[in-house]
Ligand binder design. Structure first.
Ligand code: C2E
Ligand code: CA
Ligand code: CA
Ligand code: CA
Length: 277
């Protein structure tokens, strides 16, 4: 059935109607999830490949649903980005990461907290002010944070993205380019934006000891990052061999299942004790 609203033809059918019902109920469930504390902060350690010391933690969201159990971000992040709900999740993650940062400082630990920021967040002209308010409320420094942004999030609206990123950087937060090499992008933003870190996507790292082309891409990316004076981080380190190769190439740090899967934030202290002894 085709309906007309104004001068636009809107096509309805049972299938789209059902899926819009479903997405309305997912949005409702997500709102309730935040109110009922079903979202959980997980963290994955980032280590120096030279010394093995923990240098940072990446904050990763999990949804522990009362009926459906653990729900991974691939089930709700893209949807949240599409609907704009991601803004709520991002502020929640920043708040929880700041609380963790403050709790760890009380134990004498100062890892840098990395938080994922989406294209939608960068379009919010008040993001820097909101970020600053969260840091102030938890009495932590903006310099304790690194914000991970994908290339495609920047390319969506490069001018607005640049404004927001410059404001965040001026507050002292570091900026990281996530999933480097997977997006449609121009290298120009690497010199235009105040970037501190380049993160090599796990799709290149996971098989680098078996795939010569992956290894070449990783090596070139490490060189590119180092030549631009950036810190280079590899994600998806799953074997001793990968760690060894990356360290030889001059990659500064890394994260991956070899060292730790993402763990609940409150288990991090115990993990460090196991890791260092
Ligand atoms: P990402 O930002 O690239 O995060 C890294 C992902 O790789 C995480 O998946 C992590 O668990 C996984 N990973 C780390 N090391 C290894 C490894 O050695 N092997 C393998 N196979 N995987 C590894 P996760 O937690 O499922 O998150 C998936 C994606 O969801 C993230 O990719 C990120 O794009 C998004 N995401 C997660 N949390 C948030 C969030 O709070 N906000 C936003 N905007 N996005 C998030
Ligand atoms: Ca990330
Ligand atoms: Ca990544
Ligand atoms: Ca990724």
């Amino acid at each position: 059935v085709a309906k007309r609203s104004g001068n636009q033809a809107v096509v309805y059918d049972a299938a789209t109607d059902e899926s819009s019902q479903q997405s309305l109920s997912l949005l409702g469930e997500l709102r309730r999830a935040v109110d009922r504390n079903e979202l959980k902060l997980y963290v994955q350690p980032k280590l120096s490949l030279l010394t093995g010391e923990v240098t940072g933690l990446e904050a990763l969201v999990r949804w522990v649903h009362p009926q459906r159990g653990m729900i991974f971000p691939d089930q709700f992040i893209a949807f949240s980005e599409k609907t704009g709900f991601i803004r709520v999740i991002t502020l929640w993650m920043l708040d929880r990461a700041a609380a963790l940062c403050s709790a760890l400082a009380a134990e004498g630990m100062y890892p840098k907290l990395s938080v994922n920021i989406s294209a939608r967040d960068l379009m919010d002209q008040d993001l820097a002010a909101k970020f600053s308010e969260i840091m102030f409320r938890h009495k932590v420094s903006a310099a304790s944070f690194c914000l991970e942004i994908t290339e495609s999030a920047i390319m969506d609206d490069p001018v607005r993205a640049q404004n927001t990123l410059e404001s965040l950087h001026a507050l002292g937060a570091e900026l990281s380019i996530d999933d480097f090499g997977t997006g449609y992008s121009s290298l120009a933003y690497l010199k235009q934006l105040p970037v501190d870190e380049l993160k090599i996507d796990k799709s290149f790292v996971m098989n680098m000891e078996h795939d010569a082309n992956d290894a070449k891409i990783v090596r070139s990316t490490v060189d590119l990052g180092r030549n631009l004076g950036l810190r280079v981080v590899a994600e998806g380190i799953e074997s001793d061999k990968a760690w060894e190769l990356l360290a030889q190439m001059g990659c500064h740090s890394g994260q991956g299942y070899l060292m730790s899967r993402p763990i609940p934030a409150n288990e991090f202290s115990a993990w460090t004790r196991r890791w260092t002894v």
